[in-house]
Design a protein around this ligand. Structure first.
Ligand code: KIV
Length: 307
């Protein structure tokens, strides 16, 4: 019996060409984040176009205040898990803070690692014109780069918090100029985060490459959210632009409470959750170990029924 919710979508691997063709056709592009094997597998089977192993994992998986403490080791660990879970979706690995800012050589090595060791198809990094040179170098090495403009979480202190960007004409113009510079540098796609709908629409119309929005309105070529926000799995805060499709944190807490109550009340494990010995083998065992007071004939009234 086929189940439309679990059957893997047919079709080949989503490539950069597929994403560009979707933009040309005006077909919305779907992205979500994942950090582990089962989530990647579920997203892949649901038919997502792209999975970002975002450095948001620092907050929603590792419990940091922001994304700044995330390391290349963290990213590689989670990228590998995601790449084992997804075979069809386009996979993007986030370059963590200070993995591409110090030198081009280091940026190249780290970007290469995300593909070579992490199993990613592309990398994403934050910033505009100030990153054009390093982006060109990474692309020249054969590594596709997705840009990220607007609210760039690795600059949270420079931006004085998690604020909508590009609200004044000057700020909006700087973001639009940066978007054009990133496209010219060779980025194959661009994420725009927390910018006004109007600015996101202008960028989407101006650029030939797909523009993926998060908190940037409906006018983008595609959308991305942090999966833990969409699932209601991150209880610290939920940005206003998130639509919650589930409340998994509450569901998990309810399930854990029920388990704790069951164990305390000896309702779990039941007979159906336990392994048993053949009764003859059990009798022989009791005789052999000659345990005084341990009857080979089990008490029929016992609450633990083995056979
Ligand atoms: O790290 C991340 O999850 C991201 C998305 C918010 C785009 O960069």
């Amino acid at each position: 019996m086929s189940d439309k919710h679990t059957a893997a979508p047919s079709g080949s691997k989503i490539s950069i060409h597929t994403l560009h063709a979707k933009k040309t056709r005006g077909e919305p592009i779907t992205f979500l984040t994942a950090y582990d094997f089962p989530t990647a597998a579920a997203l892949d089977r649901a038919g997502i176009d792209g999975i970002l192993v975002g450095d948001s994992l620092g907050m929603v998986v590792l419990g940091y205040e922001n994304t700044l403490p995330v390391t290349m080791q963290d990213m590689l660990h989670h990228c590998r898990a995601v790449s084992r879970g997804a075979s069809r979706a386009h996979l993007v690995g986030d370059m963590p803070f200070m993995s591409y800012q110090a030198s081009t050589a280091e940026a190249l090595r780290n970007a290469g690692s995300l593909l070579q060791k992490g199993g990613m198809d592309a990398v994403k990094l934050e910033g505009g014109r100030e990153r054009a040179q390093v982006i060109r170098a990474i692309i020249a090495a054969g590594i596709p780069v997705m840009g990220h403009l607007g609210l760039t979480p690795q600059s949270v202190h420079k931006l004085s918090g998690w604020k909508v960007q590009g609200k004044s004409p000057e700020a909006a113009r700087a973001i639009i100029e940066d978007a054009l510079i990133l496209e010219d540098a060779g980025c194959y796609a661009l994420v725009v985060e927390s910018i006004p709908v109007e600015v996101a629409e202008l960028i989407t119309k101006r650029l030939d490459i797909p523009v993926i929005g998060i908190g940037a309105g409906i006018g983008c070529d595609g959308q991305i959210l942090v999966t833990h926000d969409l699932l209601g799995l991150f209880d610290r805060f939920t940005p206003s632009f998130v639509k919650k499709y589930a409340d998994l944190f509450s569901s998990m807490q309810r399930a854990f409470s029920q388990y704790i109550e069951d164990v305390k009340a000896r309702r779990f494990p039941g007979a159906e959750h336990a392994h048993t010995m053949d009764s003859q083998a059990y009798r022989r065992l009791v005789q052999e170990i000659d345990m005084p007071g341990d009857s080979a004939d089990r008490d029929e009234d016992s609450t633990t029924q083995y056979h």
